[in-house]
Design a protein around this ligand. Structure first.
Ligand code: FAD
Length: 310
């Protein structure tokens, strides 16, 4: 029997979560849909119930208090990239938002969807026919990881371009679920397992992204990709220094999760780069070779330190 296809559009976060519970194991929250729908039509991820959250007004605001900036998860990347208050406090976040995809996609894509977009791999993001021809990979119906020549672990890469900047600025998420609302550091939701890249409960809804004020973050963002538009990242780095002497280095686009290295602004930069290379698992699952992307981690971090401290 063919399963019934359902599309629902709640008006509040509470309603969305109740609907998610009612359709547990077979639903997907739909924000801009630029990731969900591509994965659905390529047969990477199926769900029969789409819960369109774009009617939830409470998730579309940017608010500022003395201690923080709160960005609603449904703020579109194009609006974020032009936001005057965010430009004053976190200009590098706007730079990162402008580096996502293409102008048309940014008019639809949201910041919440961006931090939760699915991991990618050159053996996973292919048509059904292509994947069948190579025998399917571990992330999608197969037994082993093809990119690594047969390992029993998935190394699909984390591709959000805004998340590294947000993590470098100590962002937190406000997460709602059936039992209430809680806060979590953004980096804590990523598992490092390419098959299940996030540890959020299935029905959890991100309401807001919260950035602390008063740290005077200076952030350098870099992205490697074949073309300057549309292409997903092959390596994204964000390095921040704050007024307390803290240094946060975040590496995305290579490992299954964003890799965070914490240090001090007067610490040994050579050691930080060594640590970044040790912690970051890079495999041949991208347009560029593993070796080149590893070499570029060093180059991007060195350039970032130079820009921050010279
Ligand atoms: C051609 C192309 C190029 C792209 N290039 C880039 C790129 O360069 N950089 C990049 O980072 N991304 C890129 N993307 C991926 C994607 O467009 C973006 O990540 C986008 O920001 C996703 O946002 P969305 O609102 O469309 O998410 P959706 O597709 O609606 O959702 C993505 C995921 O998040 C979940 N979700 C969304 N909002 C919430 C919420 N509030 N609470 C709980 N779950 C939620 C959905 O259920 C889904 O699992 C590209 C996509 C395409 C098609």
């Amino acid at each position: 029997m063919v399963a019934e296809k359902i599309y629902i559009k709640p008006a509040t976060a509470d309603e969305a979560i109740s609907m998610a519970y009612a359709h547990k194991d077979d639903f997907c929250y739909l924000a801009g849909g630029t990731d969900v729908l591509v994965n659905k039509y390529q047969g990477n991820k199926e769900c029969n119930c789409l819960i369109d959250i774009t009617g939830i007004a409470e998730m579309k605001q940017v608010t500022v208090t003395e201690s923080h900036v709160k960005i609603g998860a449904l703020v579109r990347l194009d609006d974020l990239a032009k936001h005057l208050i965010l430009q004053d406090h976190f200009p590098t976040l706007l730079v990162a938002a402008r580096e996502v995809a293409s102008p048309m996609l940014r008019k639809t894509a949201t910041i919440g969807g961006n931090v939760l977009c699915e991991n990618r791999c050159s053996f996973y993001n292919q048509s059904e026919w292509w994947r069948e021809a190579v025998g399917y990979c571990l992330k999608c119906d197969g037994d082993v990881c093809i990119a690594t020549g047969g390992k029993k672990a998935c190394f699909s890469k984390f591709v959000s371009d805004t998340a590294p900047v947000l993590i470098s600025a100590s962002a937190q998420l406000e997460i709602a679920d059936i039992d209430g609302t809680h806060f979590a550091d953004l980096e804590s939701i990523y598992t490092g397992d390419g098959i299940q890249p996030r540890n959020l409960p299935e029905t959890a809804l991100i309401l807001n992204i919260i950035l602390p004020l008063g740290h005077d973050f200076r952030i350098v963002f870099k992205k490697l990709r074949p073309r300057l538009a549309v292409d997903f990242t092959s390596l994204t780095t964000a390095v921040s220094a704050d007024k307390h002497g803290n240094l946060r280095m975040v590496i995305g686009g290579v490992d299954p999760k964003p890799v965070l290295i914490k240090g001090r602004t007067d610490g040994n930069k050579v050691d930080y780069i060594k640590s970044a290379l040790q912690k970051t698992r890079v495999v041949d699952n991208d347009f560029y070779s593993r070796k080149y992307r590893r070499d570029m981690i060093r180059v991007f971090l060195e350039q970032s330190f130079e820009e921050l401290f010279s």
